[in-house]
Write a protein that binds this ligand. Sequence first.
Ligand code: ADP
Ligand code: FBP
Ligand code: MG
Length: 459
Amino acid sequence: MTLHLDDLRVRRLGECRYDSPFAEMLSTKQTSPHYVAEGDRVLLEDTVSMLSGHSLPPGRVPSFEAAGPRRKIYFDPADVTAGIVTCGGLCPGLNNVIRGIVQELAVHYKVKQILGFRNGLQGLTAAHRDDTVELTPERVRDIHNAGGTILGSSRGGQDADEMVDSLVVRGVDILFVIGGDGGMHAATFLSKAIRERGLDIAVIGVPKTIDNDLPFTDQSFGFQSAFARATDFISSVSVEAAASPNGVGIVKLMGRHSGFIASYAALAANAADIVLIPEIPFALGGDDGLLAHVERLVRSKGFVVIVLAEGAGQDLFEKHGLPQYNGRGTDASGNVRLGNIGELLKECITAHLTAVGLAPAMRYIDPSYAIRSIAANAYDSVYCLRLAHAAVHAAMAGRTDAAVARWRRRFVHVPLSLMISRRNQVDPDGDLWMSVLETTCQPAGFGSVPDRGELNRVP
Ligand SMILES: Nc1ncnc2c1ncn2[C@@H]1O[C@H](COP(=O)(O)OP(=O)(O)O)[C@@H](O)[C@H]1O
Ligand SMILES: O=P(O)(O)OC[C@H]1O[C@](O)(COP(=O)(O)O)[C@@H](O)[C@@H]1O
Ligand SMILES: [Mg+2]
């Protein structure tokens, strides 16, 4: 997908006429290695070859608007009611983002009111719109010390027009949607409905997901805390496997379509022999298949440690006639329910090793919810706070239909249309996967497999 400068422009509700509380602080600021001034832009691409491929003057090269406070703002803070909603699966740092948004809005902009909608987008339906939480600095003071979200979250479809009605009824001028790919889709549809009705409401997304599968953001918040926690489980399983005759340790981690958690956790633990991710299909049988490799490792080193993402090997269920582990339909938000690849591997590896006289000591764990329900670590706490500040500045300056993100270490505004335009996945030809191969010493592939494009097609 070739992107042009115009694809990266963010929508504005109108002219900024009010003085910003940050005007004085900004009066002397200009772009420096550590600051991108208002009006300057952040490059989409960062290699000489990609830049020279455009043959465009610098001002026309694809770039994002820099996030941050503006000298002039769109909304009169004294009249602003803001709303916050958290959607989808839990992720470390949700409370940090809520707290950061509330503090920035209340302390610096001194807005009129901040409402927390409960239990995800369900809170924006007619039946639940009046059951909001009044968010004040006092109410959010300690929430960042806990995982989860004080607002609650949910999956499940809601009608965009009904949600816009709720915003109108509750007098909301700015809505912050903290969500993953689903939440960003919902925010896009909300924005569209708002535009079609000619309403003056800003919608700003804050991209959230432990899967790190959202595009145009270096890493989504909470990802680092989540994979750090996953690392502990890999280390435990590896100790168990190493201490058992023919030990086989398997850790199944989250990651529906993207193997970032599995890859990073495996690198951090530096104890896995095999990493399996959705982006790289694999075969079980044959001399160059997964089972033969596992057998070789058990024979040569005495044990094997496998880290896998839940979305890996989804093509194997049909192929091996194992319908009992097959995924069934979709969840309430339309996400495909996956087959349990961990159980499938556990069964196939046990059967194979037993058949060749190496009956294994199987150590299988699935710590999925244990890694995403924790509080944010120090790094993510800083990141969440800065994203929250960026989200508030964007909204107060009348930006809408946009998300805030960190891109190439700078904070930027990304149109929501781009946030939902594709999925971020581990590139089998990229340097992250190369590091995984270098660390695990696993072969580049296991057996002959279906075409990658077929498997990873974005639905
Ligand atoms: N394509 C879509 N269009 C509109 N709303 C969506 C879409 N996908 C998901 N949603 C809504 O967004 C919310 C969050 O989506 P979900 O997939 O559960 O989590 P996440 O935001 O973490 O990806 C849900 O309430 C869901 O109904
Ligand atoms: O059991 P749940 O709540 O449906 O969540 C499972 C899914 O949530 C995730 O943790 C994150 O997904 P989202 O960020 O899109 O909500 C996935 O890795 C996992 O498949
Ligand atoms: Mg999602």
